[in-house]
Design a protein around this ligand. Sequence first.
Ligand code: CA
Length: 225
Amino acid sequence: MRVLIVEDEQLLCEQVRGFLAQKGFAVDIANTGSDGLYLGEEFPIDAAIIDLGLPDFSGMELIRRLRKAGVTFPILILTARSRWQEKVEGLEAGADDYLVKPFHFEELMARLNALIRRSKGSAHPVLEHGNIQLDSVAQDVFVSGEKLELTAYEYKVLEYLMFHKGEVISKSALAEHIYDEDFDRDSNVIEVFVGRLRKKLDPDGQNQPIETLRGRGYRIPATPT
Ligand code: CA
């Protein structure tokens, strides 16, 4: 999942980026409202964390502009003050949740995960498909109750496909959601990840959950075949 952080405190940005990257998120950073607006409109972001106090225009204004531009990803606001008026105003501007600084990174991640799950139409943290269970909080995958050893990127690919069951996801869309802006994306690498993932999910080739749609991408069907 790809997360946008809009925050002008460099140190906090780097700390949050480091923490989220370690948890498997791709992270883009903007230090101003205008950069946040650009990244939020142009990139396939899955959720944003927006600080209300930004140097050019306020986080509140940024949220209004993003929503006005038709951006629908979930937004979590960071506010330094615990003034209730600001929380209400933020939620009314189109934010989905808020966190008061200073906060615990674990709480930030839990809220972010919950927002992303709900935005993808799944309130429960464990996604299921046939004999596969994917725990999006612990980031564990089980096949018929047995835990799989997946690399971080294999997990990210599977998680994205599971969150978008029934949809055809192109290789480039997958690459965009699992890597951030600074990464040199190569869609051939996605093929390698998917190939390895398939072997791990279905070593006997009996019950392959990931379909290939030639020239279009990959899909986990809405209901198991
Ligand atoms: Ca700030």
